[in-house]
Design a binder for this molecule. Structure first.
Ligand SMILES: [Zn+2]
Length: 98
């Protein structure tokens, strides 16, 4: 389940990804259908890799900031607070055109 807070976060991260919100994408992220349920592909891939479920405090970050690039080398697990901090830093850099 995606909380409202997460949804807002995803929406913000993917403001430039509009138009991709069809059945196979949500907020710019790829969805896959497992056992009749749609789940985020990047979370599924990471859960398979780690051999356990992600807990509620964990987020997946896409290193190249492309939310559809779900190669293992592009994914990293962060706590929600670290993830938010990272994006705040990335935004700052972007605003300074670095
Ligand atoms: Zn991220």
């Amino acid at each position: 389940m995606v909380s409202i807070k997460q949804q807002k976060h995803l929406k913000k991260l993917n403001a430039n990804q509009k138009g991709k919100n069809n059945r196979n994408y949500k907020g710019g992220y790829k969805l896959i259908c497992i056992d009749g349920k749609y789940i985020f592909e990047h979370r599924y891939i990471m859960e398979k890799l780690m051999g356990r479920s992600l807990n509620k405090n964990e987020d997946i970050h896409h290193l190249n900031l492309n939310p559809t690039d779900n190669r293992i080398e592009n994914l990293v697990v962060l706590t929600k607070s670290d993830h938010a901090k990272l994006h705040a830093i990335l935004r700052r850099c972007k605003n300074r055109n670095v």
